[in-house]
Design a protein around this ligand. Structure first.
Ligand code: AMP
Length: 471
């Protein structure tokens, strides 16, 4: 759960990185950072909080150069510590290196232990520092970044969309299974990579394509070159990006997230129709689903929960009590729309169950007679180890409960989760090209104590193609 961006643009990059991070703010609200290179110096600034709070115009002015990378962070590996804020910056001989990463390695402990055994020290608790160490080790051996990335890909297990700046060059690579999103765009005077296409849109750039799973892209003042380093038989795109995490207006791996959610809403109606006065969403994450449900059922879509736009995502609150209070501040029920009404309430997912229960309580207090909950994901049964902050099994309300027990817990009149089949169909990939670990407990790579259906990965000895391949 992080957002990354890398830009090379002859017109300067700091303001553009700032706006790109703004567009990716939903991917992490804990901290933000930007590093740029002006030909001789690595300029950097990072801090805790939202993008708009961390950077001032004066700070952006000091981030000079035509090359830079940025990051917004929501921690998955590594605690909420100032030293963990990315990009991480290093000086190695006379080279300046900055690196930012979205994803989660599952073999961090093992890799870190090997380095510590050899007497190496670490300054952060993030897996990003491990990636940096692996890369720099191999750059020292072979002198070629592409060899270093290939070696990294062989040794790292997990999800990693990574952007790295070495002096004036940007390198971007994505794990062979393509777990986390990553895309490439063209700007007026340069190129960019970003976690989601919405960042390219924000800069009025042209979306070119996704970074391919297992691909390395190099961007400098001359343009873009790419090379395929690894190819997996099957991919494992994160299904939760489509369910909740990505912005609805993002196009990920060729699929518009909004349309997936709207189609699921229609399917929810087919799978679990109900007589009601109105369809209402939990804004904003449930809205596309609710619109789909309203279209399918011909029941009017009526906003009955009003969102305070100035509140962040409620998950972001560290303690359960704070999260509960935050829901009340974030959402206000409109009594006039709810009094004595039977309502279909649509949301993207139930994780701990706290939000749904609080919302249902509020809507009942506001006079709703019946609340039929419809959920755009199947029940979440297992934790995520690959980059989404999905808690332990004990905290997941559905991990040990059938749907009727969850319904009873959240006190809904009725409850239905979309079937996995309908969800997969709405996304349009084969089920084997998606990571469904949180829904099925079966992961696309080996994870200690969990079951897995590992994808085979082949490595290719390649060189950079001189021309950008658009397909
Ligand atoms: P709860 O059931 O109380 O845990 O809250 C579930 C709601 O939080 C969902 O409807 C989503 O909108 C949102 N959500 C789901 N997963 C996450 C996550 N990993 N991080 C932040 N918010 C999430």
């Amino acid at each position: 759960m992080c957002g990354i961006v890398g830009i090379v643009d002859a017109g300067g990059v700091s303001i553009q990185i700032y706006y790109a991070l703004y567009a990716l703010q939903h991917r992490g609200q804990e901290s933000a950072g930007i590093s740029t290179f002006d030909g001789t110096t690595l300029c950097k600034f990072k801090g805790q909080g939202l993008v708009a709070d961390v950077f001032s115009p004066a700070v952006l002015k000091n981030l000079k150069g035509t090359v830079g990378i940025g990051h917004v962070r929501y921690p998955t590996t590594g605690a909420n510590l100032p030293e963990n804020i990315q990009p991480l910056n290093f000086q190695f001989k006379d080279h300046f290196i900055s690196i930012a990463h979205n994803g989660n390695l599952v073999n961090t402990a093992e890799l870190r232990a090997a380095y510590e055994q050899a007497g190496q020290i670490f300054t952060t608790t993030t897996d990003t520092e491990i990636i940096a160490k692996l890369l720099i080790d191999e750059i020292t051996n072979s002198g070629r970044v592409e060899d270093a990335v290939a070696l990294c890909m062989k040794r790292m297990q997990g999800s990693y969309s990574t952007v790295m700046m070495i002096d004036g060059i940007i390198y971007a690579f994505r794990d062979p299974l393509g777990i986390k999103p990553f895309c490439l765009g063209k700007l007026e005077h340069g190129y960019m990579v970003a976690s989601e296409s919405v960042a390219v849109d924000a800069l009025e750039g042209k979306f070119l394509r996704d970074v391919k799973p297992g691909e390395l892209i190099r961007i400098d003042a001359e343009g873009v070159r790419c090379m395929q380093i690894a190819v997996a038989g099957k991919r494992a795109h994160c299904i939760f990006e489509y369910i909740y995490f990505a912005r609805a207006d993002a196009v990920i791996d060729g699929v518009l997230v909004y349309d997936v959610r709207r189609t699921i809403g229609q399917k929810l109606h087919e799978e679990a129709p109900v007589k009601a006065d109105s369809v209402c969403s939990v804004p904003d994450s449930g809205t596309a689903y609710a619109i789909g449900y309203a279209e399918g059922s011909k029941i009017p879509f009526v906003e009955s929960l009003m969102k305070n736009r100035y509140m962040g995502r409620t998950f972001i609150m560290p303690s359960q009590k704070e999260r509960e209070r935050a829901v009340r501040i974030k959402l206000n029920p409109i009594s006039a729309h709810l009094k004595d009404k039977s309502v279909v309430l649509v949301d993207d997912s139930i994780v701990r169950g706290t939000t749904s229960k609080r919302i249902i309580d509020m809507m009942r207090d506001a006079g709703a007679r019946e609340i039929h909950m419809r959920i755009g994901s199947p029940a979440i049964k297992a934790p995520c180890y690959l980059g989404v902050d999905m808690p332990t099994r004990q905290e997941l309300i559905a991990s040990d409960k059938v749907e009727e027990e969850v319904r009873h817990n959240i006190t809904a009149t009725s409850l239905h989760h979309i079937s996995l089949d309908a969800l997969v169909k709405a996304i349009g990939f084969s089920r084997d090209d998606l990571c469904t670990g949180c829904l099925t407990g079966c992961y696309p790579l080996p994870i200690e104590g969990e079951s897995a259906k590992p994808r085979l990965v082949n490595f290719i000895d390649g060189t950079f193609q001189s021309k950008l391949e658009l397909v």
